[in-house]
Design a protein around this ligand. Structure first.
Ligand code: BTN
Length: 303
């Protein structure tokens, strides 16, 4: 019902609560509860006149038909949710029958990030996308290949200062623009989760410096177009990676690598490792002072 409410409000006109409830064939109390949720989910509503409601800026809602019409790879099962706990969690719990499962949500109540962080993205302000597919090959390096895939897309949109922090943080001028979370509960399957900030209202809950496409680009892409582009490109990486491994991604990793030659600290297995980062090896392991590391949380170290 959230999107039905927003579809009506999208013309930015002022509606009375009664008018809206009548249009939606629900009672006023139900409508008030929906409006309360929408505000909690980050939608900017104006209630300046008593018992009225107005959307301050129109919103581009995700549209399954538009996305489908812009995807080249038609062999997927695409689902779009209004509100869900986490698209990754949903995908992990679903079986992939014959085609990859792709799901998107306008809002996640329990969006997950790496290292047990929350992924916060107000309603319809970013892309929350998960792709699940059967996967028999080794996953080593896949998250790097996908991070490069997303960075290439953002670069092609004109974001020339896009950079990658190992393993798959996507940053612009040291601020987080996007991130990836790969998860797998069973062998032979993988879920890739991608979060991109498109146009975020002020968000207090994000614990690190962040940025959105709307701040960087004069003309940010439409969310539906970007979703289709991401789906196509990530599927293509998922398809080719088992044969090629990381090789076709290494040059671009190096191009986007923000830590190369810098003093970094890696928090790994309850230890801090400090040294000069020298890129990744062919499996995607981070090289610090010629030692390889496959997991951990990387920070730039100020000298
Ligand atoms: C990171 O910490 O950088 C990874 C963020 C991944 C967020 C995405 S949003 C879609 C998918 N569902 C989730 O719960 N998380 C991922």
């Amino acid at each position: 019902m959230y999107r039905q409410v927003l579809k009506i409000l999208n013309n930015k006109k002022i509606y009375t609560v009664e008018q809206l409830a009548t249009k939606l064939s629900i009672n006023v109390n139900e409508l008030r509860a929906i409006i309360k949720d929408l505000v909690a989910y980050g939608i900017d509503l104006n209630f300046s006149a008593k018992d009225t409601c107005q959307l301050t800026e129109s919103i581009e809602l995700l549209d399954i038909d538009i996305i489908k019409s812009q995807i080249n790879n038609s062999s997927i099962k695409l689902e779009i949710f209004d509100v869900i706990d986490s698209t990754n969690e949903y995908a992990l719990n679903r079986a992939v029958i014959d085609k990859p499962l792709v799901c998107l949500a306008e809002y996640q109540t329990a969006g997950r990030g790496r290292q047990n962080h929350h992924w916060v993205s107000p309603y319809a302000s970013g892309l929350c996308l998960s792709i699940k597919c059967n996967y028999t090959s080794k996953l080593d390096g896949l998250s790097i290949a996908l991070a490069v895939t997303v960075a290439r897309i953002l670069y092609s949109l004109g974001i020339t200062e896009i950079g990658l922090k190992w393993p798959n943080d996507i940053l612009w001028q040291q601020r987080k623009l996007a991130g990836l979370l790969l998860e797998s509960r069973w062998k032979k399957e993988v879920v890739i989760g991608i979060g991109i900030n498109v146009k975020l209202s002020v968000v207090d809950e994000i614990s690190q410096p962040w940025v959105d496409l709307d701040t960087i680009l004069e003309q940010p892409p439409l969310r539906n177009t970007l979703a289709a582009y991401l789906i196509d490109n990530c599927l293509s990486t998922l398809l080719t990676f088992p044969n090629t491994g990381l090789k076709p991604f290494l040059n671009d990793w190096h191009f986007f690598d923000l830590s190369y030659g810098k003093l970094v600290t890696l928090y790994n297995n309850n230890k801090y490792i400090q040294g000069i980062a020298t890129g990744i090896n062919e499996q995607g392991a981070l090289q610090i002072d010629n030692q390889s590391y496959v997991c951990g949380s990387l920070q730039f170290t100020n000298c």
